[in-house]
Design a protein around this ligand. Structure first.
Ligand code: ADE
Length: 287
């Protein structure tokens, strides 16, 4: 056990929230020494099957004996005990995809299903860390190229505009991801930037203005929703996104996205195992 002040705990996991609650009274609480515990279970949440398939095959993940399906959700859970490195540092990987929409028979992408999936996997498996991995559009004005992989620093919404002063920052919903300085130093191929989330693949002029205000490097459809659920569960949140299309480029998003989806899946297959290997045998404080 270790003594924490409430504000210190907030600063570690939810720096943004603690900043806007600067006038919260400090109180001392006792918390288990979670940050120093070796990470045993990592949840990986990926919206689409095509994004997840290369990882499922390479790790030989199997239907999760504890929770393959979370009826009535369409989500699909696969898991496996993976040993990394010469020291065989084992970690349980619980990979959840959002599953097929029962009415439309397509992957249930977007914030609603991602939040529900996150809720179920956090409640059922109580992972030490949750990683939201997937594809995203990138801004060339921020130096993005197709095939880049980002370790996201902060997530925000661009389609929750509430022009009532007391609700504006709730709508944007900014949440910083877990700080992982050692992992960033080790996996140098990962770019860093802010991720903006909305429920559309394309973008209206107003979305574009909001993403500019959000200082976004990448745009996708789940991360800010998943981060919010992780915040509720006090579970460290990590976000890895591979770029399929250029948001501020000349080509139609949907064409570029479909052309590059398989390539981005392979980029995730190369990168996510490096992230998992770095985490295995370590504590959250070591990351
Ligand atoms: N996923 C991949 N590319 C995207 C984009 N441009 N917008 C939203 N989600 C995406």
């Amino acid at each position: 056990m270790r003594l924490y002040t409430f504000s210190l705990v907030c600063e570690r996991y939810f720096p943004f929230t603690s900043r806007i609650r600067h006038n919260t009274t400090q109180r001392t609480i006792i918390m288990p020494d979670e940050e120093k515990r070796t990470i045993k279970t990592i949840a990986v949440l990926i919206a689409m099957e095509a994004e997840a398939e290369p990882l499922i095959s390479s790790f030989k993940l199997r239907p999760c004996p504890k929770s393959h399906h979370h009826a009535p959700l369409p989500s699909v859970v696969r898991s496996g005990e993976i040993a990394f490195g010469e020291e065989n540092k084992a970690v349980e990987i619980v990979l959840v995809t959002c599953g097929q929409d029962s009415t439309h028979s397509v992957d249930s992408v977007g914030t609603v299903n991602a939040a529900l999936c996150a809720y179920e996997v956090l409640k059922t498996h109580a992972p030490d860390v949750l990683i939201n991995a997937g594809t995203a559009g990138g801004f060339q004005s921020k130096g993005c190229e197709i095939g880049d992989v980002f370790l996201v620093s902060e997530v925000k919404f661009h389609d929750r505009r509430i022009p009532i002063p007391t609700f504006t920052s709730y709508g944007i919903g900014a949440i910083e991801t877990l700080k992982t300085p050692n992992m960033r130093a080790e996996i140098t191929s990962l770019k860093s930037g802010i991720c903006s989330t909305g429920n559309s693949l394309d973008a209206t002029d107003v979305d574009r203005e909001m993403m500019l205000q959000n200082d976004a490097s990448v745009k996708e459809m789940e991360a800010a929703a998943v981060a919010k659920v992780c915040e509720m569960f006090k579970t460290p949140f990590v976000c890895v996104k591979a770029i399929t299309d250029i948001v501020d480029g000349p080509h139609a998003t949907e064409t570029e996205f479909l052309e590059n989806l398989a390539m981005a899946g392979r980029r995730l297959q190369e990168t996510v195992p490096k992230v998992l290997e770095f985490m295995s045998g370590k504590s959250v404080a070591d990351l």
